[in-house]
Design a protein around this ligand. Structure first.
Ligand SMILES: CCCCC/C=C\CCC/C=C/CC(=O)SCCNC(=O)CCNC(=O)[C@H](O)C(C)(C)COP(=O)(O)OP(=O)(O)OC[C@H]1O[C@@H](n2cnc3c(N)ncnc32)[C@H](O)[C@@H]1OP(=O)(O)O
Length: 305
């Protein structure tokens, strides 16, 4: 699939990209933002793991991750998110997207650890390209992106939220957000570190990244990781109000300003994408890293039982 940033998608997506977008119940979905959703528009954008509720009247689409139980970012979910975002972005009806979760209590558990364990280098290469692609597409999107964080938001979940223009978090002490990679025995790639620094500053990032801090809502607000913390049942309505505030600004001026603010960070990755992939693959293939990840995954599984 030819995308602006040059990423190649899984063979099945390359052969039949829309095979990933079959399904769905989308035509029957609830209107997103004050009516007008559903119908053919919804059918056009949604997929099995990404539910899209478009509202042509407001120009806003609500995009819900639907990869139970915890919206882990599998290769399929990453691919479907990129395709859905691209389709919304290419439809001039839309000026904004709200990213949220259709799974209870979890926004996203981050990268799918089963994609990082026990696979071969070709798989890791394909997977990391898809991670890069989603980040570039969200971080550089000309649309206004608002994260309506209605659940736990560790690691890769936080990365998606950080790429948005604005973050609204539900006020539930269980809904932690942050980059906890070090606790898994892995490190954060430089471009995600840069995004963290851009959001919460150097000193706070230095501490939080090394400690693998996951912040409860009040602390996330205090450190500037999120912009608003609101009662759980008001997350979506607050995200829609935030969206209206951002959409009140003329698109061209806002988009140019966004590009001006984000270009240097994105360019750092764009200049060395292949090297970043190679770094990732050789890092993740190390026996010690594989062992750490497997121990972490096993702990997660046991915690449940
Ligand atoms: C030198 C060069 C360096 C280059 C760069 C190198 C490396 C880059 C590193 C890449 C960055 C990685 C970032 C990541 O995103 S790693 C993923 C980190 N994620 C987490 O730590 C979150 C783990 N999950 C949780 O904490 C919880 O699941 C929860 C999200 C808080 C939800 O809790 P709960 O509702 O109680 O659900 P369970 O814990 O019972 O989970 C249900 C089910 O899901 C499985 N699972 C959970 N998270 C993941 C995951 N991320 N991937 C895959 N599977 C996951 C969990 O094991 C349960 O499965 P079973 O039902 O089979 O037991």
């Amino acid at each position: 699939m030819a995308l602006a940033s040059g990423v190649r998608f899984p063979a099945r997506a390359l052969l039949r990209p829309w095979s990933l977008l079959r399904d769905t119940t989308l035509g029957r979905s609830e209107p997103a933002a004050g009516g007008g959703g559903g119908g053919d528009g919804a059918r056009l954008f949604g997929s099995q793991r990404v539910l899209v509720e478009p509202d042509a009247a407001s120009g806003v689409a609500v995009m819900k991750f639907r990869n139970p139980p915890v919206n882990s970012l599998s290769l399929e979910l990453l691919t479907e998110l990129v395709i859905s975002l691209e389709k919304v972005e290419n439809d001039k009806t839309f000026r904004g997207v709200i990213l949220t979760s259709a799974c209870p209590r979890v926004f996203s558990a981050g990268l799918d650890l089963t994609e990082l364990c026990g696979r071969n280098p070709a798989h890791y290469t394909e997977y990391w390209k898809a991670v890069q692609e989603l980040w570039l597409r969200t971080y550089l999107s000309s649309l206004v992106l608002v994260a309506a964080i209605n659940g736990a938001c560790p690691a890769g979940g936080c990365i998606i939220a950080l790429a948005c223009d604005c973050r609204v978090l539900a006020d539930n002490p269980k809904y932690h957000i942050g980059l906890n990679e070090t606790l898994l025995g892995i490190t954060t790639p430089f471009w995600l570190k840069d995004t963290y620094v851009n959001t919460i500053g150097h000193r706070a990032s230095e501490q939080a990244l090394q400690l693998g801090s996951l912040f409860p809502p009040s602390e996330a607000l205090q450190v500037g990781l999120v912009d608003q913390v609101v009662p759980e049942d008001q997350v979506l309505s607050t995200a829609l109000s935030e969206m209206a505030r951002w959409l009140a600004v003329p698109d061209h001026a806002r988009q140019l300003t966004k590009t001006m603010m984000r270009k240097a960070t994105a360019d750092r990755l764009l200049r060395q994408r292949d090297a970043d992939i190679q770094n990732f693959v050789s890092f993740i293939c190390r026996d010690s890293i594989q062992k750490s990840l497997q121990v972490y995954l096993e702990k997660l599984r046991q915690r449940k039982g």
